[in-house]
Design a binder for this molecule. Structure first.
Ligand SMILES: Cc1cc2nc3c(=O)[nH]c(=O)nc-3n(C[C@H](O)[C@H](O)[C@H](O)COP(=O)(O)OP(=O)(O)OC[C@H]3O[C@@H](n4cnc5c(N)ncnc54)[C@H](O)[C@@H]3O)c2cc1C
Length: 424
């Protein structure tokens, strides 16, 4: 496999055009102001507008600039945590509430795609959590049992079936979840923006929010050339909190995750690799993910942000997994920042009266971000009493930069090990 000079993100190259937005250059007065144009902010804006509230969303860069436009595109049910861990952390009742809300998240995401005609390569063929080694198999057996106990229609595939579905002999099992699927994530973010505009929300891009200030019992969201006065403000900046909302991002450890995409693969290779086009990730200690896009490119990713090293690791890894891939070149390469909360749970915080933040999806934000945005809108519109995720108050993570470095060095060391021995 040769490595061409990788360029930008596949998702930016292949997403349908974005709605034309303008920077915020006026003084607005609305019910709710939203900072950040990712899944959380866009879903909140869409639903608030649908419920008849006036809403202005202000994005520092472009719609989908953060994790929402850079992710793998696995539209999964539930969270990263195993369901029993969720109950242990939140207690049985609150654990069940959050589990149930997120179990139907793919239904909701694909429902919005259908309702608003969002062009995002939506493919609902399920996902495969791919087992590596004895520990991987044990983890999948545990997850399968816990999910089935809660009524999820998941099945644990044995080695021959998993290997046939993935097209690789390196896996001994796979947990198949037919509720889930893949999307083109930037296409989905841009589609949510179109939908929010259609419902009457006001959206602005290229407008970094520099300050959020109390003004009587209301709030003033200020950019360099404009402002939004609002009863309520939602900070939906997740790992990408910049400028005046930087302090929110300090409550999560930012983890870099990089992906590469090949050129479209020939049909004889596509007959072998993921013939059913499921989205996949593995059980390795340092996780890798893989999927196909609609043009038949293999999209392969793993933790770590160092581009050159990442490309050479990925090249070797995909050759090990699929020897049939000898002569394919990487065409795209990009990196995103995941907001890891210390308990791997998303957190909705009421920072002050009328000032909220939702973040910390820990790498599982397509369904959860869409659902949390919808629930915030329902709550503000008086259509529900509380969110499915508990309201919390988070403090800045001590030694956050040291922890980030620990993950980065840990991923690098693990990948070096993967290149010299077979790990987990
Ligand atoms: C590489 C990667 C792979 C992932 N894979 C998956 C996956 O396969 N499945 C899944 O479910 N989840 C996945 N995730 C997680 C998911 O992408 C995120 O949880 C989700 O996108 C978070 O959405 P959000 O709207 O909360 O934040 P973001 O999408 O990060 O949006 C935050 C926005 O806030 C803006 N902003 C920041 N500061 C300001 C300011 N001062 N003024 C105005 N705007 C501001 C940013 O520019 C950004 O656009 C992945 C994440 C990454 C990074």
């Amino acid at each position: 496999m040769s490595i061409q000079q990788p360029c930008d993100s596949l998702w930016r190259a292949s997403a349908p055009a974005a709605s034309e937005l303008m920077p915020l250059e006026q003084e607005l007065d609305v019910d709710v102001a939203i900072v950040g144009g990712g899944f959380t902010g866009l879903s909140a804006a869409l639903h608030l507008a649908k419920f008849g509230l006036s809403v202005a969303l202000v994005e520092a860069s472009e719609i989908g600039y953060g994790g929402s436009g850079r992710n793998v595109g696995l539209a999964n049910a539930g969270l990263w945590l195993e369901p029993d861990d969720l109950d242990r952390q939140l207690g049985k009742e609150a654990g069940k509430t959050l589990y149930d809300a997120l179990a139907v998240a793919p239904d909701y995401v694909y429902g919005l795609v259908e309702e608003y005609g969002i062009q995002c390569e939506a493919t609902r063929n399920g996902t495969l959590h791919c087992g590596v080694g004895k520990a991987g198999l044990a983890q999948l057996q545990r997850r399968c049992e816990q999910m089935q106990q809660r009524g999820a229609p998941v099945t644990l595939l044995d080695a021959p079936e998993a290997q046939a579905r993935i097209g690789s002999k390196k896996f001994n099992s796979a947990l198949f979840d037919p509720r889930a699927g893949t999307i083109q994530p930037l296409g989905y973010a841009r589609g949510l923006a179109h939908a929010a505009l259609k419902e009457g929300a006001q959206l602005f891009d290229q407008s970094p929010v520099e300050n959020v200030l109390p003004e009587g019992d209301r709030w003033l969201v200020k950019t360099a050339r404009g402002s939004v006065k609002a009863d309520k403000v939602v900070l939906a900046t997740n790992a990408y909190g910049e400028y005046g909302v930087k302090q929110q991002a300090r409550k999560f450890v930012p983890i870099f995750y990089s992906q590469l995409a090949t050129q479209p693969l020939p049909q004889d290779v596509l007959d072998v690799i993921l013939p059913n086009k499921e989205g996949c990730w593995d059980t390795c200690t340092v996780m890798s993910s893989f999927r196909l896009d609609q043009q038949g490119r293999l999209v392969f990713g793993g933790m770590g942000g160092e581009k050159h090293y990442h490309a050479s690791w990925a090249t070797q890894r995909v050759k090990e997994l699929w020897p049939v891939l000898e002569k394919v070149s990487w065409e795209y390469s990009w990196t995103g920042k995941i907001a890891y909360s210390e308990d791997h749970l998303p957190h909705c915080q009421q920072l002050q009266r009328g000032l909220y933040s939702v973040a910390g999806y820990s790498g599982r934000g397509i369904g959860p971000g869409t659902i949390m945005g919808k629930e915030l809108a329902q709550w503000f519109a008086g259509k529900r009493d509380a969110l499915s995720a508990p309201m919390t108050t988070l403090r800045d993570i001590p030694l956050r930069e040291v922890k980030r470095m620990f993950y980065e060095v840990g991923a690098h060391t693990y990948h070096v090990g993967q290149r010299t021995h077979v790990l987990d």
